[in-house]
Design a protein around this ligand. Structure first.
Ligand SMILES: Cc1cc2nc3c(=O)[nH]c(=O)nc-3n(C[C@H](O)[C@H](O)[C@H](O)COP(=O)(O)OP(=O)(O)OC[C@H]3O[C@@H](n4cnc5c(N)ncnc54)[C@H](O)[C@@H]3O)c2cc1C
Length: 285
């Protein structure tokens, strides 16, 4: 395929990038890993490549949050000892995204900013209660992840804003999370997937819970009914089964080449059970 002509720009700082985005308005797009943008057929007239901006690639805990920089690659999550030790749900998620070649370039921020309900990080970040930092000409804006995904391929980022950081609250003791995905073959987008994060109290009952679903609606779905049902309960088999049922009921899948809608709802039910059980097991360690 021969792409249409576009102008390529490579700013070295965030203010320079914002100025270019403002100058070219809706004709300009940010390029980070390029793993979603480049395969798209519709091309912007101006590509603002943010890869040369220094200081945007990091994974660190600071002031109560795990902070993931706007240019941090999926592969960096996978190789981070901190993520491996304290945020296994992020590792589960990064592992099932595409293949190692894609993960070497794809950024976590790009995965969210693309607004694709088939992408894996959105549900995980919702389950974790994350926030994103959007930086524009007026400064920084914090957006709770629950308010970030507006509709198919549409997010709360305004024109001229760059997603510069993702903030995940540092988990308290007795917290654990997991991400379970079914794909048709390794490297594929999810037929369905479920992210679950729980915090247990001293008695082992659920104090805090986040559950979110991938690729079963126009946006990632927060399974609020399942969450409400679980608060204050111990995660025994019957409770987990009922929560899975509620999560399946909250899915809004369409029938497509990955399967009929009813099959996907059943899949969510099963994956939610598995994600919750693994999350509880990790929280108990
Ligand atoms: C073969 C293949 C298989 C894949 N399989 C999966 C999968 O199983 N699961 C999955 O989750 N993903 C999958 N992906 C998508 C991949 O993870 C993408 O890399 C990711 O969605 C986008 O990240 P990126 O850094 O490549 O963004 P880009 O492609 O550079 O950008 C994507 C969009 O986000 C915008 N953007 C990028 N960065 C920022 C930023 N910092 N601030 C504001 N806007 C920004 C761009 O303007 C563009 O609109 C796959 C991709 C490929 C090529």
């Amino acid at each position: 395929m021969i792409p249409p002509a576009f102008e390529y720009m490579r700013p070295n700082t965030i203010p320079e990038a914002i100025a270019l985005l403002q100058q070219h308005g809706e004709d300009a797009k940010i390029l980070s890993g390029g793993q979603s943008l480049i395969p798209m057929i519709a091309r912007p007239a101006y590509l603002v490549d943010i890869n040369r901006i220094s200081g945007l690639s990091y994974i660190k805990e600071e002031r109560g949050f795990l902070r993931i920089g706007g240019l941090t690659r999926e592969a960096e999550l996978e190789s981070s000892p901190l993520v491996r030790l304290k945020y296994p749900i992020l590792l589960d998620t990064a592992h099932v995204i595409a293949d190692p070649q894609v993960r070497n370039l794809a950024t976590v921020a790009g995965n969210l900013a693309h607004g694709d309900p088939a992408n894996d990080h959105p549900a995980t970040m919702i389950a974790l209660g994350a926030q994103v930092v959007a930086t524009g000409s007026a400064g920084e804006r914090i957006i709770p992840i629950e308010e970030f995904f507006l509709s198919l391929f549409s997010t709360a980022l305004q024109p001229g804003e760059i997603l510069t950081e993702i903030r995940v609250p540092v988990p308290t003791v007795k917290s654990g999370g997991a991400y379970f995905k079914l794909e048709r073959k390794v490297g594929d987008f999810a037929t369905a997937a479920v992210a679950a994060q729980v915090t247990l109290d001293a008695s082992g009952a659920v104090q805090k819970v986040g559950i979110a679903l991938t690729n079963v609606g126009p946006t990632p779905i927060k399974a609020k009914k399942a969450e409400d049902f679980l608060r204050g309960k111990k995660l025994d088999e019957a409770t987990v089964r009922q929560a899975g049922q509620l999560a399946g009921d909250e899915a809004q899948p369409s029938s497509d080449l990955r399967g009929p809608a009813e099959y996907k709802k059943g899949l969510v039910k099963e994956l939610a059970k598995r994600a919750l059980s693994r999350a509880a097991e990790r929280a108990g360690r």
